[in-house]
Ligand binder design. Structure first.
Ligand SMILES: Nc1ncnc2c1ncn2[C@@H]1O[C@H](COP(=O)(O)OP(=O)(O)OP(=O)(O)O)[C@@H](O)[C@H]1O
Length: 318
């Protein structure tokens, strides 16, 4: 059997911050086979970038293993087997797009011809433009051209279309489709369910550093989303937040509209506990569609996304 493109084995990454430890990646097991197109879908802070950073060898796992084509990620990067289009990454403002690609190409032993990389990334039209004059979307295409230079087997894309308008987004994915048809393995992180559905063969839903769902786009959609247990809580049972720790299978609690809503991986266990051990009543198990669960993240308008990107870029420049 072929060696998988990516193998994550009980992968953990914990950051120590002033506020305490952050488990950015919290026990991820995942195998990505050659030729797959996989979307990491999840809200802000889910751990997508941290997981991809480990695949690229930018950061090392706290525990567990990350293998790229069966070896440690930095070797795969050195061998030109993996490259990335990241959200950030400095470009030299004074160079033109073509000069940038030519300069980076000169550092690769064997590489795609510069004009071909520009063409495949859809950057030919603005190849003579200075980087400083390029829009956010054009800079992403330049990063895409740079990533294509070593003709990698695996392309990693971290929110590649952030800041692009609808047309730029569509063109970018068309160019990426062509690369997938050449047999490349593609792994991308996105906040957008539509983007994951349209482009990926497989969606890995990540929240809180863990995999919540993993399957083909149809399978993930068929999961229907997440279930919650909603009850009328009786204050005689105390504060529901304090009670959370005693409820098996429950992870979060929220109160709205006079109802108390619990979520967690085992809604049967939550319901059983609430009905037998508390005086909560009027219990409902509610199916929350995947899309709704990601509402506000997956259905942001392009304008909002582009404003966000601009403010990020503004913050970096200041
Ligand atoms: N270098 C770091 N030091 C401390 N905490 C970090 C560091 N990098 C990431 N984190 C934290 O780890 C968690 C996961 O972050 P990560 O950037 O991987 O999420 P993400 O899913 O990529 O989010 P986004 O979609 O916003 O890019 C977050 O809580 C983040 O604040």
């Amino acid at each position: 059997m072929n060696t998988p493109a990516v193998q994550l084995i009980d992968l953990h990454k914990t950051f120590s911050t002033r506020g305490g430890k952050v488990r950015a990646v919290d026990g991820v097991d995942l195998v990505i086979e050659t030729g797959e197109i996989v979307a990491f879908l999840g809200p802000n802070g889910a751990g997508k970038t941290t997981a991809l950073d480990m695949v690229l060898g930018f950061t090392t796992p706290t525990s567990g293993q990350c293998l790229v084509y069966g070896s440690e990620p930095r070797k795969a990067v050195r061998d030109g087997r993996v490259s990335a289009v990241l959200q950030t990454g400095s470009l030299l403002d004074d160079l033109s797009v073509r000069e940038t690609v030519a300069m980076v190409a000169s550092q690769h032993g064997v590489h795609l011809p510069v004009d071909e990389a520009l063409e495949r990334a859809g950057a030919t039209n603005f190849a003579h433009r200075k980087v400083s004059k390029c829009s956010g979307g054009e800079q992403q295409r330049l990063r895409f051209a740079l990533a294509l230079l070593p003709e990698p087997d695996l392309l990693i894309l971290d929110e590649p279309t952030a800041g692009m308008d609808v047309n730029a987004r569509r063109d970018f994915w068309a160019a990426m489709h062509a690369e997938a048809e050449r047999g490349r393995t593609i792994v991308f992180a996105t906040h957008y369910l539509e983007e994951a559905e349209q482009f990926a063969d497989r969606i890995v839903v990540i929240t809180d550093g863990r995999i919540l769902a993993d399957g083909t786009t149809e399978e993930v959609r068929a999961l229907g989303g997440f279930r919650t247990v909603s009850v009328r809580w009786n204050d005689d049972d105390g504060d529901p937040t304090a009670a959370l720790a005693d409820i098996p299978g429950a992870e979060t609690v929220q109160v709205h509209g006079g109802r108390t809503v619990f979520t967690g991986p085992d809604t049967d266990a939550i319901a059983r506990h609430l009905l037998t051990r508390t005086s909560a009543n009027d219990l409902l198990i509610v199916q929350v569609p995947l899309e709704e669960a990601f509402i506000g993240l997956t259905h942001k308008t392009t304008d909002q996304a582009s404003t966000e990107q601009q403010s990020v870029e503004g913050a970096q420049q200041s």
